[in-house]
Design a binder for this molecule. Sequence first.
Ligand code: MAN
Length: 367
Amino acid sequence: MIQQQIKIERLAANPLIAPGDVQPSFPDWEVLGVFNAGVAQYGDEVILLLRVAERPRQTDPGRVLVPVLNAERSGDDAEEPIMNIVAVDKENSGLDFSDPRVIRDRKGATIYLTSISHLRVARSRDGVRFTVDEGPTVLPEGPLERWGIEDPRVTRIGDRYHIAYSAVSDRGVAVGWMTTEDFASFTREGLILAPTNKDVAIFPEAIDGKYYMLHRPVPDGIGEPEIWLAESPDLRHWGNHRFLMGLRKGKWDGARIGAGCFPIKTEAGWLILYHGADQSHRYCMGAALLDLQRPDRVLARMEEPFIVPEADYETSGFFHSVIFACGAFVKENQVLMYYGASDDSVACAAVDLPQLMSALQQTEWKG
Ligand code: MAN
């Protein structure tokens, strides 16, 4: 198996950040998970832009207390709560509570998330020990983020960091975009993709004057959740959408795939680390290589994932058997990949880059 040739070192300190390391945003709330963090190198620091999922403490045995942003609140009214709490009757036979992440109706449609996510900065000098901000760095805002903001991917272009994230509401999951130069103040740039779309990873430089991103539409009916490519003259207007990489039915990436970390430039091509899930919702990370000048050309794709959930913190947790990476960087021949483990905590694995590249280059691309 290809993945056996690739040395993967899970950091001994894993999980690096667990829910108990993060203060909830409000009194009487609890943090359910801290995971799927965007990653940036900023000066001599490693910054993680954490996804923090939280909810009110569940004090009512008969009802699930669901948090929803009070999107109608006017910014200067201190009396108005930031969050509304909806109490959902557990005995309601028309509802399905079996997935810990969501509440569904009888037709299978999600009517609520069980937690709401915001983004929070954690900083480190060694990439291992992180100091997490005490409060939220970026809270959801407005009706299209009523259910939260999730899974940020950070790409540095020049001096600006571009953050693509999932903006979740009862209107669907769209892709939001914000920028920052210092991880202290953030500029919201609006939505770049309408629902349902997620898993956007922006390339770190323009190619022949055009910016590129990977994205993952979620078609309903015809089509599958697969990876697409789009281009833009200005990072704001995206077009020329092309299908890039599909599912491999019956395999580890047979149910859905999506970009993980921003594409890493190597001599052999753009290295893509992407997540794939199978029918049982096990999430692993795999690798592919795109042509440097023509990122619509897939040069190679590994048959097997290079990392699968194996450690305790990966196989058990809020939503078990999930390795979901939103960021990585290269340091001394290793890819340091930070990932959400079981929608619960943040972990890091060092992946041997030369071995990963040689495994990829041995892969015959079969489309
Ligand atoms: C989806 C997203 C991720 C999450 C996985 C596993 O792909 O909501 O945020 O980590 O599912 O639950």
